[in-house]
Design a protein around this ligand. Sequence first.
Ligand code: GTP
Ligand code: MG
Length: 330
Amino acid sequence: MAEENKGKSTKKYEFIEDLPGIGPATAQKLRELGFHTVESLATATVKELGQAGIGEKKASEIIKLARSSISLAFIRADELLKMRQNVLRLTTGSKTLDQLLGGGLETQTITEFYGEYGSGKSQICHQLCVNVQLPPEKGGLGGGALYIDTENTFRTERIVQMAKHLGLDPYEVVRNIIYAEAYTSDHQMFLLENADEVIKENNIRLIIIDSLTAHFRSEYLGREMLAERQQKLNKHLHRLIRLARAFNAVAVVTNQVMAKPDVFFGNVVHPVGGHVVAHTSHTRVYLRKSARGPVRIARLVSSPYLPEGETIFKITENGVEDVEEEDKKR
Ligand code: GTP
Ligand code: MG
């Protein structure tokens, strides 16, 4: 990458204190605010750095250097195009589901799976934790997974089962999944805000929040709390999308919806002040159970550029799989 940026400042900074202008005390304050890595500084705002007592001019200089250090800049359309070219895809385990998603789940965006209980949201999350560890030629990203679990539904036994089916060493696969249980919505936010170092150190290429909304739903009750809930959720999702972009990772969130869906996603990923994240970063997939036991129906409800569509897949002992022709006849 260094060659591509000839003429620009291409100095690589490994630690935040390596950046000019960040002394030990400032570094400490930045860490307390959740900025542990150069990557996180590259996607920070001047205002955020202001909270660490860094003046505006210095803050924008730091952000600029951090961006050039990790070759991340959102400014011009050709650079956005370059970022798009870096987008990688992660297989779900089902070819038809991958096709629906344009070839698998994309890095640098958030994919939301929503549906009622038992529709397969957590199962897909488990499967992705295994698949991400596969090499690219097998649909993986050759990296690890971070699983933020809010409902205590993560099961290593299930991971082992899926790993064995793919011929992977279950012990290795389990080792490459970093797990955190979130006890409240604030805790959930805190975990993600402090995740950048863990992501970097463990070569995490998949970030899962299962469920994104459960704590928020149970803690913020009634209309008068709606605005606050949306604001927090918005902040949380922005943090997630930034991590996904900085580390070229896949981000997955789940959301249980019942017969009467409440409004979680109106403007959620839409920025207030014209942030680059914009609406281009949210793919939504609606999951339904079917009359045939293991078969599930997935509907692509919204995507930045793919058409709506529907497909079926199944959940078996092996994990997420295609529905075979024989299954269809039954
Ligand atoms: P909530 O979190 O309650 O909203 O549901 P969810 O959408 O996360 O559902 P989940 O992914 O947990 O799906 C549960 C379903 O997956 C079960 O009802 C089973 O049909 C299937 N399933 C889970 N584990 C196994 C397994 O080990 N073997 C098989 N064959 N199916 C499984
Ligand atoms: Mg679940």
